[in-house]
Design a protein around this ligand. Sequence first.
Ligand code: ADP
Ligand code: MG
Length: 587
Amino acid sequence: MKQRLPLLVFLAVLVLAPPLLPEFYVTLLNYIGLYSIVALGLVLLTGVGGLTSFGQAAFVGLGAYATGYLSTAHELSPWLGLLAGLGITAAVALVLGFLTLRLSGHYLPLGTIAWGLSLYFLFGNLEFLGGHTGLTGIPVLELAGFRLDTGREFYYLIWVVLLGAVLATQNLLDSREGRAIRALKGGGLMAESMGVDTARTKTIIFLVAALFACVSGWLYAHLQRFVNPTPFGLHIGIEYLFMAVVGGAAHVWGALVGAGVLTILKQWLQDILPQIFGQSGNFEVIFFGIMLILVLQRARDGLWPWLVRLVPVKVDRQRTVAEAEPLPCRQMPAAGTVLLEVKDARKQFGGLVANDNMSLTVKAGEVMALIGPNGAGKSTMFNCISGVDPLTSGEIRFLGERTDALVSREMARRGMGRTFQHVRLLPTMSVLENVAIGAHLRGAKGVLSSSLHLERAEEARLLAEAKRQLERVGLGEHLFEEAGSLPLGQQRILEIARALCVDPYLLLLDEPAAGLRYLEKQALAELLRKLRAQGMGILLVEHDMDFVMGLADRVVVMEFGEKISEGLPEEVQKDPVVLEAYLGGVE
Ligand code: ADP
Ligand code: MG
């Protein structure tokens, strides 16, 4: 209850505002609401997902023009206009998303500028949309018998839509799909290895952000009752992005803060700056530019985190994981079944041959160690096996089927779990949520049920599984800590729990014991023995020879990308080739 107090006060102020405030402020609040809906989409797309778009204003335009045109030229109901707008926006967003989301780095924002400009000029040049003059006579919106023909009445519709969108976005982010969305910022490689289809996830947030913008445009058209191209230009697209950044790019409520601050500031600057400079002009643009640079330099997370600190009530983080029915598990194959078979594998990076003539097998119920000096090609072998990098030539079979052409997401689906030599986790997310990403493929509920929180039963099972795996690896005490706050050794262990959440037949561990203390290493060895006893196959890269020799059933030694020895630990240790090459003749 205490945690909700600021929210309740905020809602009470919102409800009471229209009858108490002069018309001017109600109008201002209406615009803040409309802008917030667009900025909210950008929080999801840019702040959380890391995909920058300068073109959102164009989607607002699609929503406004769709209803504007249909309700004037064809006298259709505004509600049909809304449906048509959403349909058109979805279609356009899917096409634009398909074309631009695959662009990397700065090309994506540049791409959004290109289509933002194109749509803007399209609005102004289409005869039937009224050219640059636009469309007038857009009808008043009627809702359950009420005519929303003043700003004061419209206000409630705008804010109900906005708060609904905030709630849905919050729900979405706090779900299996939401973890996949938040994992995008980590670069995608880890997410794909856990079974997340990152291209699909990017498309989803692009679509949601576009649809939010479309709804804002629809509301705008029926509030203003005329539309022209001006509010859908690139400069407004930049302002939307600015709102999301200023408010706090990764926080849903930041959208409201950003829209509020910028709208009021713009109003104020437009009044005051021309007086100062003694002539009219859009001076606020300069001011905004400077402010954007300051925000990016000084307060990358925007104003929201800073505001939260001002409010004395602490945000209550979930502190327990509810009991839930365990997820179904795979049946492990009989010990000795060949899980993985690599034959004559070769991997070239340009002129560099990182793997050549590599052959190895891993069976169910055994620990197979891959050792060799730094740069021998062990991690490269891991990446080829797990579908991160394609082989240059050769064959890989997993459970009897050719898999060397498959992507990592598919390998996860088939039962391969892995960790990374250079830890890949989401440092600001909790330990529990990081591990739950591993269980991505063991849930099925999508965006819609997540937004409405209709997937709570499934979500509880996923989190319970993450907790179970964390307890199994000995991190049960750290469930709600930020993953980035763990020491590096424990972050590696976290990755093992995440890989176990995949429910793998085969576990690939790339230097799991690095950074662990003696007792932690022993605990890890104990865990791996248990997993082996349960029938799991483990492929292990590790530099700690005591650890490897005490644990491995078989060892493959690599040097310069090739296998130089293979056998039982005691055989390999005595092999003169190994002693010479690997131990550098130390002994
Ligand atoms: P290890 O894990 O045994 O230490 P790696 O597999 O990381 O070795 O590296 C093997 C060789 O391949 C090294 O020379 C490394 O520089 C090179 N290499 C690895 N990944 C790439 C890449 N993506 N592009 C180019 N060269 C790479
Ligand atoms: Mg390596």
